[in-house]
Design a protein around this ligand. Structure first.
Ligand code: FES
Length: 264
């Protein structure tokens, strides 16, 4: 667990930018009169993003003042949730999930890469590019082990693909969020094994659905494969897509196939 203490060095002041001030007012207006405190997490989150992904004391005070809450109540929230950083973080802030499913799937190997490449948790590299911390389950256990970097999840990590990911970030090269092994969503690592006739072996219904020869992560190749296959009876996914397209264009099609009833 991380130590939940305010940073020793604090800025003198914090104020929401005009754009964020407008956003904050719109969020507060969503709550009934007298319940504005319910917006506290949204406001803290916005303040953190504005301030380079960490919350200084003046930002916590500004949120308290904005919501008419005692400072200590807002401080309690900011210090409770690990999503709020209480001291400066690197440009690429890595949150490593160390909870049981990720641990069993090899998060220790990812942690070793972090220690070797970045250093101890909570320490920002000299160039300001990286820092990391270990957190509890981030809800992507199906694709363990995983990390969150700023706003994005990176999943199906190995020490090798994670080291390359850090190299790419350090060099400013584009990276792809999500699975680093190309699996679609959280389907089985070896490919889809159920409802294949509906979703296709590449896990994509509609025109990108491929019945054979998966081209995972490559919709154009999957579409070409599908075009080359003999035409069978219409698949329910295709039928449904056609109906949705017809509905959105204002021309409803004739009724769904009998198979559609099974899946609706
Ligand atoms: S245990 Fe790691 S995301 Fe859930």
């Amino acid at each position: 667990m991380t130590v939940r203490r305010l940073a020793e060095v604090q800025p003198d002041s914090f104020a929401f930018s005009p754009e964020n001030e407008a956003w904050v007012d719109a969020i507060i207006a969503k709550y009934p009169q007298g319940r504005q405190a319910s917006a506290v997490i949204s406001l803290l989150w916005r303040a953190q993003k504005q301030n380079g992904y960490w919350l200084p004391r003046p930002a916590i005070e500004a949120v308290a003042e904005k919501l008419g809450m005692p400072y200590i109540r807002v401080l309690e929230i900011a210090t409770f949730y690990s999503m709020f950083n209480l001291s400066p973080v690197g440009e690429h802030f890595v949150q490593l999930c160390g909870t049981t499913p990720c641990l069993l799937a090899g998060s220790d190997g990812i942690k070793s890469v972090l220690k070797n490449r970045i250093g101890e948790p909570g320490v920002v590299t000299a160039d300001g590019k990286f820092s990391w911390n270990e957190v509890e389950c981030l809800g992507a256990c199906c694709n363990a082990p995983m990390v969150q970097i700023n706003d994005d999840y990176f999943e199906d990590l190995t020490p090798d693909n994670f080291a390359k990911l850090l190299d790419d970030l350090a060099a400013g090269r584009p990276v792809t969020a999500g699975s680093q092994t190309g699996r679609v969503s959280s389907e089985p690592a070896g490919g889809l094994t159920a409802l294949v006739s509906f979703y296709g072996v590449n896990g994509r219904s509609g025109p990108y659905c491929a019945k054979e020869a998966p081209s995972i992560g490559d919709p154009a190749a999957a579409q070409a494969e599908l075009a080359g296959q003999p035409k069978g009876p219409a698949e329910p996914g295709h039928e449904r897509l056609k109906q949705e397209e017809a509905l959105s264009s204002g021309k409803p099609e004739a009724s769904a196939s009998a198979n559609d009833q099974t899946y609706n």
